[in-house]
Design a binder for this molecule. Structure first.
Ligand SMILES: Cc1ncc(COP(=O)(O)O)c(C=O)c1O
Length: 288
C-alpha cells in the first residue's frame, strides 16, 4: 500500500515547490522529537479555500503560542496555498499547511532552530464514510480528558495535543465506532478528536465554551448561521448526563464539515431538523 509519502504532485516547502516524494525532513528534527509543530486543515470548494485567511492567521497564532515565528505573512501563505492548488490541478481539496522547528538544534531548548513551513494538498471528499454520515456516526466516550489551559497550549493547533486524540480515536475504532467523545478535565462534554460538539435540547442549540479546546472556524460559522436562521442558541457547559435528553447531536470541523451523530455510548439520536437546516446552510455557504 502506498502511503502519504508516495504520491504524485508538488509540495510547497519553505517557499519553493518540491516533488511530493522529495518533501523530507531529517531524523533529528526538533518537531519530531519534541512536538514543536503546528498545522492547519483547510478545504477548498470549487477553487476557493473556505475562510482561508482565518486559517493562515490561526497557523501564525498557533506558532506564536509555542514561541515559534512563521517567516511568512498571511498574504504570502495565501499565495502559497493557492499556488499549491494550481500546481496540483486541484479545485476541491484538503489543504495541510504545517510549521515545525528544524534540526538546527536538538534538545529542550530550541532557541536556535528555524521555523520551517510546508503546504500539501490532496483530494479528500469525506472524513467519515458517506453512508454512515447520513444516519449519524457512532461515538464512545474517550478514556482521555482534555487538559486545562494552564497545562497545555489549548488554543494552538499544536501537534502535541493530538497525542490523546489518536489514542482516543483508536480506542473508539476498536469498538466499532467512528470517533470518540472527549470530556475535559472537569468532566464536561467538549469535543470529538478533531471536531467541535453541538447538541440540540428542547429546541435550543447548545455548544460548550472553548476555554480548553480549539474554537473551530466551522464552529464559529455554525454559530453565525444559527443566528441568521433564528435557531435559539446557548454557549454553556454540558455535563454527560444531559446527553440522554438531547434530541440532536452533531460535530463540526473543516474535515468533518457538519456530521450528525446517531449514537453516543448507549444513547441514540435522530438526524433532526436543526442539523438538516444548518448542514444545508453550511454546504451552501462553502460553495458561495
Ligand atoms: C481538536 C479539534 N477540534 C476542533 C476542530 C475544528 O476546527 P475547524 O472547524 O477550524 O476545522 C479541529 C479541526 O481542526 C480539531 O482538530
Amino acid at each position: 500500500m502506498s502511503g502519504f509519502d508516495d504520491k504524485d504532485g508538488l509540495i510547497w516547502y519553505n517557499g519553493k515547490f518540491v516533488e511530493w516524494r522529495d518533501a523530507k525532513v531529517h531524523l533529528l528534527t526538533h518537531g519530531l522529537h519534541y512536538a514543536s509543530s503546528v498545522f492547519e486543515g483547510e478545504r477548498a470548494y470549487n477553487g476557493k479555500i473556505f475562510r482561508s485567511e482565518d486559517h493562515s492567521k490561526r497557523l501564525i497564532n498557533s506558532a506564536n503560542i509555542l514561541g515559534m515565528t512563521i517567516p511568512y505573512s498571511v498574504e504570502e501563505l495565501e499565495a502559497a496555498k493557492y499556488e499549491t492548488l494550481k500546481r496540483n490541478n486541484l479545485t476541491d481539496a484538503y489543504i495541510r499547511p504545517v510549521a515545525w522547528r528544524g534540526s538546527e538544534q536538538l534538545g529542550i531548548s530550541a532557541q536556535k532552530t528555524k521555523t520551517h513551513v510546508a503546504i500539501a494538498a490532496w483530494e479528500w471528499p469525506s472524513y467519515y464514510p458517506v453512508e454512515i454520515r447520513e444516519k449519524g456516526i457512532k461515538l464512545v466516550t474517550a478514556p482521555w480528558h482534555r487538559p486545562p489551559a494552564d497545562c497545555a497550549p489549548t488554543q494552538s493547533k499544536a501537534a502535541g495535543l493530538y497525542m490523546i486524540c489518536t489514542m482516543s480515536k483508536h480506542w473508539a475504532e476498536e469498538q466499532g465506532c467512528q470517533d470518540a467523545l472527549m470530556l475535559d478535565y472537569r468532566g464536561h462534554v467538549v469535543e470529538a478528536t478533531s471536531a467541535n460538539f453541538f447538541m440540540v435540547k428542547n429546541g435550543v442549540l447548545v455548544t460548550p465554551p472553548p476555554d480548553c479546546f480549539l474554537n473551530g472556524l466551522t464552529r464559529q460559522t455554525i454559530i453565525e448561521l444559527a443566528h441568521k436562521h433564528n435557531v435559539p442558541f446557548e454557549e454553556r457547559f454540558i455535563m454527560p448526563d444531559e446527553l440522554k435528553d438531547a434530541q440532536e447531536i452533531f460535530l463540526t470541523g473543516t474535515a468533518a464539515e457538519v456530521t450528525a451523530v446517531g449514537q453516543i455510548d448507549d444513547i441514540h439520536f435522530t438526524v433532526g431538523p436543526i442539523i438538516t437546516k444548518l448542514r444545508s446552510a453550511y454546504e451552501d455557504l462553502v460553495i458561495s
